[in-house]
Design a protein around this ligand. Structure first.
Ligand code: PRP
Length: 214
């Protein structure tokens, strides 16, 4: 039987993917929240899950270390998508990519006046394209997390980050000032693996398609 490896990250993506995997007849035999294992067996002898950082999922799939993966649109845009087939929006882990600034910062006026803004973000590519399309001059500062802190300590005027409930912004006296795009997670497949292992991958793809909620 052809082996299949699926890469995904723990936390929200794993939690939201588990029901889809179950509907596809795949059940993890360990819970990544309680186990330190990085390779998880499943009830299907030929299917295993690997647990990687969310931003590393496209890389594992691109190089064929995983055949399939689950990755957010935010992560895929930063990665660029080389070598990846992206057949399915799973409609899970939904949130919005936003520009956010301190509650007392008049972002619209600053933009109208042509101010050069310092923007802190993990999503440098997406932010660069967004502000270039709007003709806003920005200096981008790359961070790896806790972006909300940057405007509070004078590192940046504003941030580009994911917003879900909005509670992190609120707790840090920030407000969303612009929506960049809606985000959800997608199924990604290594292009070569899809050709070489189509018999094994296609049923998983079909089961995922059937399990996706609109
Ligand atoms: C994400 C995001 C925000 C927060 C938004 O961070 O970067 O900080 O969630 O969620 P909310 O609107 O519901 O408060 P996450 O906790 O995933 O950690 P990260 O900083 O590692 O991305």
């Amino acid at each position: 039987m052809t082996d299949i490896t699926i890469a995904l990250s723990k936390g929200r993506i794993f939690d939201d993917t588990a029901p889809i995997l179950n509907a596809a007849g795949i059940e993890a035999l360990d819970n990544p929240e309680t186990s330190r294992k990085l390779i998880l067996s499943t009830n299907r002898a030929n299917v295993r899950l690997i647990i990687v950082r969310a931003s590393d999922v496209p890389t594992y799939v691109q190089y064929g270390a995983a055949d399939l993966g689950i990755a957010g649109k935010d992560v895929l845009l930063e990665h660029g998508g080389a070598g990846l087939y992206q057949p399915l929006d799973l409609n899970i882990a939904r949130c919005r990519m936003m520009v956010a600034a301190p509650e007392d910062f008049d972002y619209d006026s600053a933009v109208r006046q042509g101010a050069r803004l310092r923007i802190a973000t993990k999503y440098v590519q997406t932010a660069r394209e967004h502000f270039a399309a709007k003709g806003v001059h920005v200096d981008l500062i790359k961070l790896y997390g806790s972006m909300e802190l940057a405007p509070l300590v004078g590192l940046a005027d504003a941030i580009v980050d994911l917003v879900s409930s909005g509670s992190t912004l609120k707790a840090n006296h920030l407000k969303a000032v612009e929506e960049i795009m809606a985000i959800s997670s997608r199924l990604i497949i290594n292009q070569a693996a899809l050709k070489l292992k189509r018999d094994a991958i296609q049923p998983v793809l079909d089961a995922f398609s059937a399990a996706v909620k609109p």
